[in-house]
Structure formats: structure tokens, C-alpha cells
Design a protein around this ligand. Structure first.
Ligand SMILES: Nc1ncnc2c1ncn2[C@@H]1O[C@H](COP(=O)(O)OP(=O)(O)O)[C@@H](O)[C@H]1O
Ligand SMILES: [Mg+2]
Length: 339
């Protein structure tokens, strides 16, 4: 839902890649060295820039370092970063490496970092599997390409769960990859029930409960952006799938009044459609234990409401986010069922 932002040279390369296979192959190579998970793409014949991409259309030379910084998917402008000795973050000059992801403010929507941080923090207070997160002053990030300061003062940072302390990569795949759905179709083609089926067959009860807890949490905060690319599987032992930690929790109703869930739960997708009947349907179709699903949803809703009542005054949150969630909650059947 947030418009794509990227540099002019990157946009020009992407446009040219459609008619030029050499440029398309080059993009795979350039971005393929620091992809999410453990996949890398390396050139068969050396580390050479093809002449077609050495210059942009207006004849200026392209900046190799800059292009290597755009390997992370998603719509908000983001970089992989290292913790610097001064306590801030550094974007490596090569664009590669780094165990944090920094998400810069959106050009279009106000205060996205100041929305994502409190939502993720609340999720972690509720015991969801949330990596280390924080807000960082953009002035404390060195190595950013020029002009980024114009986007705002504060960025959101999250520790990468696909990189280990020793630098080893951990493989992950998002659910668009799992279902072989192109990025453009990430709001279609599958439902939460389909994701639940995979989690039921590939993981364990702990992950099933975590999935239901996240589903309920994102409904209660009015997050309409939990599409296929915002859920991932991770392979910590290189073999067995587990539900990857949480990321990209944003209360989108603060921007889009009347937003709905990104995908159908089982049959329906309005936030107010998530009730025990819809959860039972999802459980039956995805072969999840019904009682566990319903009990988990009920407990999560009750825990959310008590945390929200306590924390909403303290969380560093824009007033619009607080008000939007406060207006949404009484309209939700899960909330009336436990109140
Ligand atoms: N903490 C993390 N560790 C590893 N990969 C991550 C992490 N957070 C996000 N990602 C990856 O980066 C992509 C973009 O991040 P996301 O937070 O979804 O940004 P956007 O708001 O732009 O969609 C995700 O789809 C996921 O593949
Ligand atoms: Mg995302």
C-alpha cells in the first residue's frame, strides 16, 4: 500500500531490464549477493560490469556502490546496516553485509517508523516472536546516500533474523515464494487459511499458536498490510521450516480509514469478519486443532486489551494511530466476545 521509492538510476535500470536480458541478468547479479535468506547469485564468468549498464541513459556513469544497496524487498526504502562503534548504524560502503535493517520514513505517509515501532514493541510485550527493534535518529546513520535526510528525522531499525552473529546466512522464504506468486499478486491468490495449512503441515503447535496470535494481533491493531510477503518461513537447521519472526507490523487504519485485512482470513477479509466462526472455518480447512485456535484467539484478545489499556498512554505513538485503534476495537467481534 505504500508507494515504491527507489533511486532514479535504479528505476531506469529496472525499466531497461524488461527489454534487455543483459541488464536483467546484471540486476540479478548485483542484487543477488545480499538477498534475504541464504540464496546468493554469482556470475559464472567473473565480476565484470556489462557495458550496457556501465552508463545510464543520459550518459552518466552508474554508481556501483549505490546499486548494491537495494537488495531488500518491500516498498519502504531500506538498507542493511552494521552497528557502529559510536552506537549508531553504518551502511557498509559495499552495500553488503550488516545485521540490521533500517527502514527510512515514507515519502507519502506520515510517521511510519513511529507507527511500526510501537506496534512491534507492543507485539513483543505480548510475547510474540519479535527481533530486537528500535527507533534511530537519521543523523546517527552514516553511509546513507545523499538526500535521505530529507525524508524525515527518525528511522525504524530491526535486527536481521536471516543473519547470525558469526555472519552465517539463515535461509528464509516468504509466502509469495512458498506459493509461487509474483510480488504483484501478494494481495491475492491465497488466504490466511492457505498460510495456516502450510504452517500446520511443516511446523509445530508452538508455531500454529504464534500464527494465530499474530493474526489476531494484526486484526486488533487494524493492519491491512499482512500480505503474502509479510509472513515467512525460516530454516534455522537448513532443513526444517519454522515460522520466521515477526516484521512489518503497522497500523494501516491510521492512514486508510475503513481498511480491511490484506487477504481473506478463510472466507472473508473485513477486520470485523474475524470471529470464532471464521476461525473455526479456517481451522477445519487448514486442519488445525479447532479448540487450540479458538482458545489462542480468545486469550490473545484478552491479553491485548489489558496491555493496550495500560500501554497506549506510554507507547511513543502518533495520536492518529492511538485514536484509530481505539475506534476500531469496539467494532470487532473478538473484542465483544471477551469484554
Ligand atoms: N528482521 C528481518 N530479518 C530478515 N529479513 C527481514 C526482516 N525484516 C524484514 N525482512 C525482509 O525484508 C522485506 C521487507 O521488509 P518489510 O519490513 O516487510 O518492509 P516494507 O514495509 O517495505 O514491506 C521483508 O519482506 C522480508 O523479506
Ligand atoms: Mg513488507
Amino acid at each position: 500500500m505504500f508507494p515504491f521509492s527507489m533511486s532514479r538510476f535504479m528505476a531506469s535500470l529496472l525499466a531497461r531490464s524488461r527489454s534487455c536480458p543483459v541488464i536483467a541478468a546484471f540486476l540479478l547479479w548485483a542484487l543477488g549477493q545480499d538477498l534475504p535468506g541464504a540464496v546468493t547469485i554469482t556470475p559464472a564468468n567473473g565480476d565484470v560490469w556489462p557495458p550496457e549498464v556501465a552508463q545510464s541513459e543520459d550518459g552518466t556513469a552508474l554508481d556501483r556502490d549505490n546499486i548494491l544497496r537495494f537488495s531488500l524487498a518491500g516498498v519502504q526504502l531500506k538498507f542493511s546496516a552494521l552497528e557502529s562503534a559510536s552506537g549508531g548504524l553504518t551502511i557498509p560502503a559495499s552495500g553488503m553485509g550488516g545485521d540490521w535493517i533500517v527502514k527510512l520514513p515514507s515519502r507519502e505517509d506520515t510517521g511510519v517508523p513511529e507507527n511500526e515501532f510501537p506496534m512491534m514493541h507492543l507485539a513483543s510485550l505480548l510475547g510474540l516472536d519479535v527481533p530486537d527493534i528500535g527507533l534511530i535518529d537519521i543523523d546517527n546513520i552514516s553511509g546513507l546516500p545523499e538526500g535521505m535526510q530529507r525524508l524525515g528525522k527518525t528511522a525504524f531499525k530491526i535486527r536481521r533474523f536471516d543473519r547470525q552473529a558469526n555472519g552465517e546466512r539463515v535461509h528464509m522464504e516468504d509466502f509469495a515464494q512458498v506459493f509461487s506468486v509474483y510480488s504483484d499478486d501478494k494481495y491475492k491468490r491465497a488466504s490466511m487459511r492457505n498460510i495456516a495449512s502450510v504452517i500446520a503441515s511443516e511446523t509445530n503447535d508452538r508455531d500454529i499458536r504464534e500464527f494465530i496470535r499474530r493474526l489476531v494481533f494484526n486484526t486488533l491493531i487494524g493492519n491491512g498490510d499482512m500480505h503474502l510477503k509479510n509472513w515467512s518461513l525460516i530454516y534455522p537447521d537448513k532443513r526444517n521450516a519454522a515460522l520466521a519472526p515477526a516484521y512489518d507490523f503497522v497500523s494501516t487504519i491510521a492512514y486508510i480509514h475503513g481498511d480491511s485485512f490484506a487477504l481473506k482470513y478463510s472466507r472473508k477479509r473485513e477486520f470485523a469478519d474475524l470471529d470464532f466462526d471464521e476461525l473455526s472455518h479456517l481451522a477445519a480447512k487448514a486442519t488445525l486443532p479447532e479448540k487450540m485456535v479458538i482458545d489462542t484467539a480468545r486469550e490473545m484478545t484478552a491479553e491485548f486489551l489489558s496491555h493496550w489499556a495500560r500501554e497506549k498512554k506510554h507507547l511513543p505513538m502518533l495520536e492518529g494511530v492511538r485514536t484509530a485503534i481505539d475506534e476500531l476495537l469496539p467494532t470487532l467481534p473478538l473484542v465483544t466476545a471477551v469484554s
